[in-house]
Design a protein around this ligand. Structure first.
Ligand SMILES: Nc1ncnc2c1ncn2[C@@H]1O[C@H](COP(=O)(O)OP(=O)(O)OP(=O)(O)O)[C@@H](O)[C@H]1O
Length: 267
């Protein structure tokens, strides 16, 4: 199967509230795929469905040929071991050194001897340029460095699939560029597949092979970054060129301000 992950005709609702509908997406092996869209468009929900933390009401998520909703607990656990995740605000353990943070998944999920864990951790830290920071505590390094440590931790088990949720959030431009390059380099070095949830167009387009745009729980546009840059679709244009006005409304849907102020106009 050329795709490591496939989503087919998926519907998902939180209780009564529909979040994703008729969602079909492909995540080909070896590629970096960006999932973009405005706040609340359902991007994080897609990651949770792929990780099996949420189950769809209809349709399927297939990971490495297996339907996630049909997996038993053991199979789910096996699958998750092959996934590295870097969550939004994915914090480091503050009372542990950089070294111990990266060693954590190895100690938790494997029976490898401590000497081997030591070497593996140093290799991961070397890959993110922080081998010499191994003994520092998270409070002693910058925000950009902390993000790189979190990256090293996410790839500690050499995952087949790496999922990042807003990895650039809160970073300065230099750290952002560095993190983006690392995401691409780590994907290629590990021969893995990367799903990158972000609303940062510049960084995502630099490293992604393919881009999906979500709006209101649906794919509204997809293609290579170059295709998206050239797109005349109003949604894509608004997003790519950061235009404040367009198909994406600024206001959360509901009553009009006039109605709320009791001015009687509309609802
Ligand atoms: N546990 C939950 N229960 C009910 N609704 C939820 C829950 N988690 C998220 N939602 C809603 O689902 C919608 C999609 O959320 P999701 O986090 O997937 O969006 P997102 O595209 O990742 O947004 P952002 O970029 O702001 O993180 C939002 O409207 C959110 O309010």
């Amino acid at each position: 199967m050329p795709n490591l992950v496939e989503i087919r005709n998926l519907h998902f609702a939180y209780g009564e509230r529909p979040i994703l509908s008729e969602l079909t997406m492909d995540f080909p092996r070896g590629k970096v795929i960006a999932v973009m869209g405005g706040s609340g468009s359902g991007k994080t929900t897609v990651l949770r469905l792929i990780g099996g933390q949420l189950l769809p009401q209809a349709g399927n998520v297939v990971v490495d040929g297996q339907v996630v909703s049909e997996m038993d607990t053991k199979a789910l656990y096996r699958m998750r071991r092959k996934m590295g995740m870097l969550f939004q605000h994915g914090a480091l353990f503050t009372d542990m050194s950089v070294f111990d943070n990266v060693a954590f998944p190895l100690r938790e999920h494997t029976d490898l001897p401590e000497q081997l864990i030591h070497d593996l951790v140093l290799m991961k830290l070397q890959a993110v340029g922080l081998r010499n920071a191994a003994q520092l505590k998270p409070a002693e390094i910058s925000g950009g460095m902390a993000r790189r440590v979190a990256l090293a931790r996410a790839i500690a088990l050499d995952p087949q699939l790496i999922m990042y949720d807003e990895p650039f959030a809160g970073l300065d431009p230099i750290s952002m560029g560095m993190t983006a390059n690392l995401i691409r380099k780590l994907n290629d070095a590990l021969g893995s597949t990367t799903i990158l949830v972000s609303h940062d167009v510049h960084e995502s387009f630099l490293i992604a092979d393919y881009v999906y745009f979500l709006s209101n729980g649906k794919v509204v546009a997809q293609g290579t970054p170059a295709e998206m840059m050239a797109s005349t679709d109003p949604y894509v244009k608004q997003f790519v060129h950061a235009e404040p006005d367009g198909p994406v409304p600024f206001h959360y849907p509901g009553k009009s301000l006039a109605a709320d102020l009791g001015l009687g106009e509309g609802k």
